[in-house]
Design a binder for this molecule. Sequence first.
Ligand SMILES: [Ca+2]
Ligand SMILES: [Ca+2]
Length: 116
Amino acid sequence: MAIDAAWGDYDSDGDLDILVTAKLIIAIFGNMSRLYRNDSGTFTRIDANLADIGSGSVAWGDYDNDGDLDILLTGQQNPGLRVVAKVYRNDSGTFTDIGAFPDWCFKRFRRLGGLR
Ligand SMILES: [Ca+2]
Ligand SMILES: [Ca+2]
């Protein structure tokens, strides 16, 4: 999938926010990951310091059971289009890559043609 998106209330204000990843058609722009905060229907891009990923999927989930929705991103990361899976812990709206999966985990998967 070149583009994926998911709703999730990452700041627990009752409004569903949007997480989007996309593989852009124009090669020089590569992939992108964007988080948009919903303030009563107005969406504002948030600098969540996420890796730019495309051709993958996104999901929200509270992996550490602290009440904040965390992020799972999978797909191809710039530069080099490495296949990655990243978990970002949400600490009151600040996201941190917890290093859940080392990049080498997916090298064989890519060689076998799992993602292009
Ligand atoms: Ca929200
Ligand atoms: Ca959490």
